[in-house]
Design a binder for this molecule. Structure first.
Ligand code: FDM
Length: 222
């Protein structure tokens, strides 16, 4: 008999895309289907590293752009073995953001003097996440910045600015286009009705969740 493992599902999206709501709805669906599951959120603001990230995002501390990028990555590595163990125990893992946010946001920072010049090269941003547990499916909740604005505007945290969000959206597009074989990358129109989005997300992962996988947990970009 072949041993199966559970899938690793990542939900990515822009601010105001309804990502948090949709991640909870996906988890509720797994519960309803009696699928053992665990929902993780990145950044995980509860760890020592997560607290540094939290204070940076709330602008109560300043950090060099390289440093904060590496902290976000370290915050994922803190949970890497937990994720792998859960999957091998048959627990479906959902992550609200992951390494793709790591690259998309850091690579979207630009020089104050010239908004066409990135502060951190794309390849440099990807490097620290190489080897993390790879998701089997990434659901990217896409929304145009103008539509996001109509949903009540952005919050007060760092990066919650329209020009930044527009660059992040482009970066996510590039990451999706370059997604590895074996990773299902689904662009979901987050501008649709809440229940329509939820159904599309469930429809994209249902087979993976119900059947499980025989291939071992993959490694990102390896
Ligand atoms: N963010 C999130 C990053 O810049 N890098 C990362 O690796 C991750 C996981 O942190 F603006 C950004 C994205 C967002 C902020 O995310 C906090 P939430 O989902 O709003 O908590």
């Amino acid at each position: 008999m072949t041993t199966k493992r559970a899938p690793f599902i990542v939900v990515e999206g822009l601010d105001r895309s309804g990502k948090t709501t949709q991640t909870s709805l996906l988890q509720a669906r797994l519960e309803k289907e009696n699928v053992p599951n665990r929902l993780l959120k990145f950044p995980d603001r509860t760890t020592t590293i997560g607290k540094m990230i939290d204070s940076y995002l709330k602008s109560t501390s300043e950090l060099d752009d390289h440093v904060i990028h590496l902290l976000f990555s370290a915050n994922r590595w803190e949970l890497a073995s937990t994720i792998e163990n859960l999957l091998n125990e048959g627990v479906t893992v959902i992550a609200d953001r992951y390494a793709f946010s790591g690259i998309a946001f850091s690579a979207s920072k630009v020089e104050a003097s010239d908004a066409t010049v990135p502060k951190l090269p794309f390849e440099w941003c990807r490097a620290p996440d190489i080897g993390l547990p790879a998701p089997d499916a990434v659901l990217f909740l896409d929304i145009a910045p103008e539509q996001a604005r109509l949903r009540g505007g952005y919050g007060d945290e760092r990066y919650e600015k329209e020009e930044m969000q527009a660059r992040v959206r482009q970066a996510f597009k590039r990451i999706g286009e370059e997604a590895e074989e074996g990773t299902l990358w689904v662009v979901v129109d987050a501008g649709s009705e809440r229940d329509v989005v939820a159904e599309e997300m469930w429809g994209s992962v249902e087979a993976l969740v119900q059947r499980g996988l025989t291939a071992p947990v993959g490694r990102l970009w390896k």
